[in-house]
Write a protein that binds this ligand. Structure first.
Ligand code: PMT
Length: 412
């Protein structure tokens, strides 16, 4: 940030939650940087954090009395945690301990910070910091994933020398990069305000009989992350989702469907009014020709199934495209680039997100993905393996830019 450029944090109200980890001292610099960027900062400290830093330090840095307890109000507000939740534009928890993350994931509200987190409707950003084993413990990972699915922005911990005298992942990133994340949130926050974005997610199920179906391993995570990212930027988001077990993202209108034909109808009926469509769903190309009314009984010989073609939803969207930005995915196990480029052209897309689904850490089911984006104007952008939530930000950022430029100019 130069002196001439106004920070996107200027005038923003930030509640900074500080929990009891050794990195709590770095939160002092975070508070200071937030203020220098023009934000007003109110600090909530957990009891444990006060073993590492004093409330007095944060009072001096933030310019406000620090909240350390539910029972000793420091403001005039009648219900302090609700007043704070209403006041905030962002709640940033840095460092966030495994304990705070676990409590937030299950909705425990037993102190001022966890109670405020339960009451807020604004973006929440957490920066986990802890010992590597604690961070990698499946319980912590599951809790982080739960928060991510609910729209919490998770700042990945850095790797390096930890307080427990070991190298590993779990360090709180530098205060400058945490503040940069907060700034990024506000600088792109309303970039999709007034835009209608349609996202698809999950697989489809094609019934064979009342108890069986043909399906695939899509969990819906990629599409859900995209829907959440678009909603955070102020878009009016509709998510058409196949059968998944994820909670509905905050501020997103979710339409649940089962089959490819149902997804086709749900998407096509909303296409004209959409500014952009992002098709992350794994749609079945074929369905059984007939669905048995009763459970199919075992026979002596083999069973032959006849499959018929499902509509190619994205192809149809490409043919009917008028003004929409159209984004497809390509799930490939080989010749990723060639197949992706063919789909880009054939389906008249603005860009396509190609993922190599032969990797065990990318594509179906997992929380990470690795993608290469191919654009209609010939650009190619390769991204490293990253959390689906981070890739979602990239994808939504490109959609936002294309909409700004008038995204239909790449049509042929
Ligand atoms: O859900 P996750 O577990 O998070 O996994 C994410 C994912 C791997 C499913 C996702 O990243 C992904 O790659 N989605 C697209 C999967 C797919 O069906 O790819 P495809 O190459 O077969 O289809 C190309 C494009 O056409 C896709 O955008 C697809 O939505 C669309 N399509 C395909 C067939 C069809 N009948 N109608 C369609 O609209």
């Amino acid at each position: 940030m130069t002196e001439m450029t106004k920070s996107a944090l200027s005038g923003k109200h930030v509640v900074l939650g500080v929990t009891g980890g050794i990195a709590a001292y770095k939160a002092v610099e975070i508070a200071s940087r937030l203020r220098k960027a023009g934000a007003e900062v109110r600090v909530i400290m957990t009891r444990a954090s006060q073993n590492f830093v004093t409330a007095l330090t944060f009072r001096e840095i933030s310019g406000h009395a620090v909240i350390t307890s539910m029972w000793t109000p420091v403001t005039e507000a009648k219900v302090e945690h609700i007043a704070l939740a209403d006041w905030a534009d962002l709640v940033l928890v840095a460092p966030a301990t495994a304990n705070l993350i676990a409590k937030t994931a299950v909705g425990i509200a037993d102190d001022m910070l966890t109670t405020t987190l339960l009451a807020v409707r604004v973006p929440v950003m957490i920066a986990p910091a802890m010992n590597t084993d604690m961070y990698e413990n499946p319980v912590t990972q599951a809790n982080i994933e739960t928060l991510r699915q609910r729209g919490v922005i998770v700042i990945e911990p850095a790797s390096g020398w930890l307080a427990c005298n070991r190298m590993g992942k779990g360090r709180l990133p530098e205060p400058s990069s945490i503040v940069a994340e907060a700034e990024k949130l506000f600088s792109c926050q309303q970039s999709l305000a007034g835009r209608k974005i349609l996202v698809t997610a999950g697989g489809t199920e094609e019934p064979l009989d009342p108890v069986r179906f043909l399906g695939n391993r899509s969990s819906g995570r990629m599409g859900y992350a995209i829907a959440a990212a678009a909603a955070r930027r102020g878009a009016d988001v509709t998510l058409v989702a196949g059968p998944v077990t994820l909670p509905d993202p905050v501020d997103v209108n979710v339409i649940h469907v089962r089959t490819a034909v149902e997804m086709h109808d749900a998407v096509l009926s909303r296409y004209d009014m959409s500014d952009a469509v992002i098709k992350a769903a794994a749609v079945a190309d074929y369905r059984p020709e007939a669905v048995a009314t009763d459970k199919i009984k075992k026979q002596d010989g083999d069973l032959v199934l006849r499959l018929v073609r499902n509509p190619d939803i994205l192809l149809e969207l490409g043919q009917k495209k008028t003004h929409q930005v159209l984004v497809g995915f390509a799930a490939e196990t080989r010749d990723v680039e060639a197949y992706a480029r063919t789909k880009l052209v054939k389906k008249n897309l603005d860009f396509i997100v190609a993922n190599d689904v032969s990797r065990s850490d990318a594509g179906f089911g997992v929380s990470t993905n690795q993608a290469v984006l191919f654009f209609a104007d010939g650009r190619r952008e390769a991204y490293p393996l990253q959390e689906k939530s981070a890739l979602a930000e990239v994808i939504v950022g490109h959609v936002s830019n294309l909409l700004k430029q008038g995204g239909d100019k790449h049509q042929f």
